[in-house]
Each structure stands twice: as structure tokens, then as C-alpha cells.
Design a protein around this ligand. Sequence first.
Ligand code: HXC
Length: 514
Amino acid sequence: MAIKSKIRELQEKREKLLLGGGEQAIEKQKALGKGTARERIMALLDEDSFNEYDLFVEHDARDFDMDKKSLPSDGVIIGSGTIYGAPVAIFAQDFTVAGGSLGLMHSRKITKIMDHALKMRMPLIGINDSGGARIQEGVNSLAGYGEIFFRNTISSGVIPQISVILGPCAGGAVYSPALTDFVFVVDNISKMFITGPEVIKTVLGEEISMEDLGGARVHSEISGNAHFFASSEEECFAQIKKLITFIPWHNGQKARPFDPGEPLKKYNIDKIVPDDPTLPYDVKDVIRAIVDKSDFFEIMEHYAKNIVIGFGRMGGRTTGFVANQPLEMAGVLDVDSSDKAARFIRYCDAFNIPLITLVDLPGYMPGVDQEHAGVIRHGAKVLYAYSEATVPKLTVIIRKAYGGGYIAMSSRHLRADFVFAWPAAEIAVMGPEGAANIIFRKEIMSSDDPDGTRKQKIEEYKQKFANPYVAASRGYVDAVIEPEETRRFLLHSLAVSEQKSIQMPEKKHGLPPF
Ligand code: HXC
């Protein structure tokens, strides 16, 4: 029958294309510890869920002998599938085909799946492994990037956008990931830079390796471009799958609920925070003592560690956590931690994820370096993000809440819906030592025993102001609670906030300080 031979013809054509750039190029890819584009998609998606589109797309470039070259599927695979049943649109650049470089048809395949994701309201995952703009295609390649950046921006806040860097990501190619919500990198495999070592050597005369310039560790620890760091592609895919379980498919819905579960007994909330207020503790243990099954999914773990951000579930519902980390620089807000927190707050707000903020900080970081790096501008991002957020906002003041830090960390004044304080909370304009030295300076200086008087005045100040009760007497704090009551108060507050609805003044858009 004719149809049978046609089916065979299709199968043969497919088989040829499925080999991408050929066995030799695939071997080279494997030798670097990298999977092929198709293997990566299969590893990420539910079994048998992938539907591929545009397998037969070919480039039509003519210059530089391109008319003599066949580039299977033009070096990128696109399609849709599911992750734990959640629909996702996906593309994966195929480095075995012209180094995954981006020509016109390659970019059209990517923009097609981006349009599809936006129209169908599902998350978009892009696996980047590419030498950047296909040099032979000139301005067509640049146009392709522009079309991608535009769609990244238009889709921002509507559907989740996830970028996975699994190879080089060079030149303009880096800006698409930078416009997306979450960037995943893998040690020794991911490389991101706007200009490579060769150009840097020519222009600046400096020698630097690709790894030191823009490897996975650089972007996870120093630049803040990456949100998740993994040691292998497998670990990276497990992280992406987990993330997908925490977020909604689009901004018109909430994340899917999961089976709730109590925190593990080993995280005893009464024992985590030391009695001595000068001693540090790991705020992640406090989060684990609060969230369902103690399962906290941290984001940007290795960057600006003085603030902790991530997802957990409360009563089965995804919740975003923002917490000062007393283990790092006493949990201060500085340029990088402000930036990290503000973006996460805006993510949660865009995707209907309630926010829980845990406060313990001495304030914004003082000093010439921070002032010159723009701590005012960056610090203001936190004020802006919390003020603007309309999702339920719950705050727990654990210990110190001084000065601007008190206001910035989701205070009542920025419209937190519920503010709780533990009994050891100190809510004041500044720390007792600094405050006593300023307001009692004359008494201390003129005293026969300045040290003794200073100690006495510090104690006096502590008694009067460094406690939660002054704020509670004004209603800035809704309840002073025992640590052990925290989960119960938060669960109740989240339950009564389910239908929260507030109107903001109409405007085209605000002007956050970015
Ligand atoms: C066309 C490219 C290419 C590119 C790689 N290839 N990059 N073809 N355009 N941009 C091809 C190579 O010619 C080679 O083809 C194959 O891909 C594999 O590349 P190799 O160099 O052999 O691989 P490797 O040694 O692993 O090095 C990978 C690399 C290197 C580090 C990515 O190829 C490289 O530096 N490429 C250029 C990176 C770059 O500068 N891109 C920026 C472009 S400008 P054959 O046929 O030999 O297998 C840009 C601006 C966009 O992106 C701005 C938008 C706003």
C-alpha cells in the first residue's frame, strides 16, 4: 500500500534528522559530559510526553557556502510535553549542528514555541548550548535574537520562563536567559559571557579562562546571573522538575496544592535561636521548622547569602520565603541581597504566591563601598517590591529589626497583612549600644565611671525600646507569639488571606529603582 511506503519514507527521514550533527559531533559532546539536545529533553520531561515540532525546518542562507550545507532541524529542537503532568513548552539548542548557532530559521523555531507557550499559558523552558549568533547569517541572526528578547519581555510575569545553560551561551545569547525568571547552570559545563576570552585578550590584553570568566560558579556566587547550581546535568534536571511543582503554569492561577505534612521533629523551633542575641543561627533551620515536611527549596543559595529566598509549602500551598540570614554578615541588607530579595518578591507577587518574611537584621549595610555601589538605589528596590506586592504578606520578627531594616522587611507600614513578633524581638531605630552612645553621650562623658554609665544606659534603652511590646502597643505588631506557635499563626493567616483583594491606583506602570 502506498501509505506504508510513505510511512517508511517518513521514518527514514526522521531517523536521519534525529542524529543531528552526526555521530562524531555527538561523541565530542558526550566527551565533555554533555547530553545531546534530544537526550536532555527526554531526561526532563515525563516519559513519552514529548511532541516535537518543526523537525524538518531547514535554513535558507546562501552566503559563505551556506547553500551547500545542510543543518538538521537548523540546530534546535522544539516541542511540548509535561513534567509531573504539568504542560511545558521547550526548546533545546543542538550544539552538534553548527555549534547550536542561531540563524534566522533557528530563531523562528524558538519564537514559534515561545508564542505557543504564551498563547497556551504554560511554562517555557529553554536549554541553551550555542556559539551565539550564526556568523554567516549576519543581521538575520541579530534580528532573531531581537525577536526572542521581545517575547521574553512580553511573556514576563504571564508564564514562567526557565533558562538552562548547558554549554556555551555567548554574545547576545546571554540576554534571553537574563530576561527569564530562573537560570540553571551546571559545574564545568555552563559558560555565559557577552565577549569570550579571545576578544578580551585582543581588546584588553588580558588572559582569562572561559571558566573564570563566566563559568557556573562565577554566575552562582559572584554575578548573581544564575539561580540554581548543579554538579551534573541529572542534578540540574531534578532541580527544574522540583521547581515546576512549586510554581503555577501561568499568572491566572495558583500553584497546584500538594499533600500537607508537619515539619520534621528534628527542627525544634524553640531551640534554634540562641538566648544570647549576639550569637548567630541558621535561619534556614527556622524555615524548615515551619514548612510542610521541612522541605525548603532554596533559590540563589550561593549568592548574597546574607538573605535567604526560596519556596516551601504551608498546608500544601506554595509559599515564598524571604529571610535575613544571621550567619552571614549578621543578615544585613546590602546591594546584592536587596537585589536578590526584591526580584524574588516581585516573582511571587506576579505568580500569586504568598510571602512569608522572617526578620532578624541590624539594618542596611553602612560604609563607603556600599554607598558608592548604590545601596540607596538597590536598597529601595526592597521597599518598592514589598509595597507593590498584593499577594498575602506575613511577617515574623524573630530578633533584631532595626532602623530601615525594620521598615524594609515587610513591615506593617509597607502593608504587611499580618505581623508577628517573637518575645525576644528588638524593634528599634538602631541597636542599643549605638543608641545609648548617641542619646546619652553627655551623661556618659561627664560620668565618673563612663563605662559603667554606658552599660547602665544601654540596659535602660533595651528595657524601654528594644522589645516587641512598644510596636505591639501601637498595633504595628499584631501579636507577640511564642516560637512554637509560629506555624499555627501562619497557617491561620494564610487561610484567611486566600481571597485577599486590594485595588491599586490605575497606572501604566510604576518606576521601580532598577
Ligand atoms: C557559526 C559557529 C558559531 C557561530 C560555533 N560555530 N559558533 N558557527 N556561528 N557563532 C560552529 C563552528 O564553526 C564549528 O563548526 C562548530 O560550531 C563547533 O564549534 P567549535 O569552535 O569547534 O567548538 P568549541 O571548540 O567547543 O568552541 C565553542 C565556542 C566557539 C567557544 C562557542 O565555537 C566560539 O567561540 N564561537 C563563537 C562565539 C561567539 O563569539 N559568539 C558571539 C557571536 S556574536 P564546524 O563546522 O567546524 O563543526 C553574537 C551577538 C548577538 O552572538 C547579539 C544579539 C543582540
